[in-house]
Design a protein around this ligand. Structure first.
Ligand code: NAP
Ligand code: ZN
Length: 350
């Protein structure tokens, strides 16, 4: 006997979201059932559903920014009890035994990890994501949401928060460093807040000055428009860390020139194409690095850090019927700064 739960799914290529019923597996010993309250819309959901990263299997229920309440626990569960406030991000299982899992980098599990959607569970069942009212995950893949964070503003932390927190920690954002966040969107606005809370001097780097006031409210020392050549010249060779969160192609060489000697450009944006990069961009002993989400222990650390610093996402909450329109708005750059689905509205008019 599985549990049926209302969900949103795209059932065919180029289709719109429809309400369907998903079957969630019976609880295994180490599983928890979560009543999902809010699910964020990440640009990765859009890249995936629109097959910008390659063909996928339909129907698909995306969503990997999940916040909710534990509704039931398996017999062997020790970490959570019914009523606990939890979040689930981009992964729902991993082998737990390979070197990467043992080092708390489950996202690089060699088996590999089971991602929250567009992935197969180890029993062969297709994993389906958070645009739904309930989900079952192994307890290892849930994180505790601190009481001081509301569930709606916490949901986006489970992907956008960890994806920015992890590289900022790894590359040493702290007092005395200058950090640029390219693209002030879902990831970027949290990057500005988190890097500022780490004590760095932060600049939002956007297509225009339209988000300048917001950047400063999020904690930035200033804001730079990529269209402003004079501003780029004024900030030349001054950044220790630049985090690129842009979902589209960028003239990367122009941004590399903003790095100090030994500075690092960390790329987390995942447009479908490549970047043009000149070998001369590395003349200052600069580095280019990547970063993919973060492990579970680090995700918990990020949630605790955000609670301590009062950091939640800046959100617009929408009903299930508005998800197709929200996708268009995200792509058009018309969202400040994360859309979150109130999952209670799924199936409300069905
Ligand atoms: P988003 O909310 O749409 O934000 C992207 C931002 O990029 C926009 O707000 C905009 O900022 C800028 N931008 C958009 N189109 C642009 C263009 N044509 N030229 C220049 N700038 C443009 O997206 P998101 O959810 O933050 O995700 C960003 C990217 O990160 C996506 O590609 C996503 O797949 C990827 N991602 C990666 C990971 C990972 O683990 N590596 C995890 C999650 C997401 P301005 O208005 O400030 O210019
Ligand atoms: Zn994401």
């Amino acid at each position: 006997m599985t549990t049926s739960t209302p969900a949103l799914a795209v059932t065919q290529a180029n289709g719109s979201f429809e309400t369907i019923s998903l079957e969630r597996r019976d609880l295994r010993d180490d599983d928890i059932l979560i009543d999902i309250k809010f699910a964020g819309i990440c640009h990765s959901d859009i890249h995936t559903v629109r097959q910008e990263w390659g063909d996928i299997t339909f129907p698909i229920t995306p969503g990997h920014e999940i916040a909710g309440i534990v509704a039931a626990v398996g017999d062997g569960v020790t970490k959570y009890k019914v009523g606990d406030r939890v979040g689930v991000g981009c992964m729902v299982d991993s082998c737990g035994e390979c070197e990467n899992c043992k080092n708390d980098h489950e996202q690089f599990c060699t088996k590999p990890a089971v991602f929250t959607y567009n992935s197969l569970n180890y029993d062969g069942e297709r994993a389906q994501g958070g645009y739904s009212q309930q989900i079952v995950v192994t307890e290892r893949f849930a994180c505790r949401i601190p009481d001081s964070l509301e569930l709606d503003v916490a949901a986006p932390l489970l992907c956008a928060g960890i994806t920015t927190y992890s590289p900022l920690t790894r590359w040493g954002a702290r007092p005395g460093t200058k950090v640029g966040i390219v693209g002030v969107g879902g990831l970027g606005h949290l990057g500005v807040r988190i890097a500022s809370a780490m004590g760095a001097q932060v600049y939002g780097i956007s297509r225009s000055m339209a988000k300048a006031e917001d950047s400063e409210k999020l904690g930035a020392a200033g804001h730079i428009a990529s269209s402003d050549k004079d501003a780029f010249a004024a900030h030349k060779r001054s950044f220790d860390i630049i985090l690129n969160t842009v979902s589209a192609d960028l003239p990367m060489n122009d941004y590399m020139r903003l790095l100090k000697p030994f500075g690092v450009m960390v790329n987390v944006g995942l447009p479908s194409g490549g970047y043009e990069l000149s070998p001369r961009s590395f003349g200052g002993n600069t580095a280019m690095a990547g970063s993919m989400i973060g492990g579970i222990a680090e995700t918990q650390e990020m949630l605790d850090f955000c609670a301590e610093h009062g950091i939640g996402a800046t959100i617009e909450t929408i009903a299930a019927a508005d998800v197709d329109a929200a996708y268009e708005r995200v792509v058009a750059g018309d969202v400040r700064y994360r859309v979150v689905i109130d999952t209670a509205t799924i199936g409300a008019n069905a």
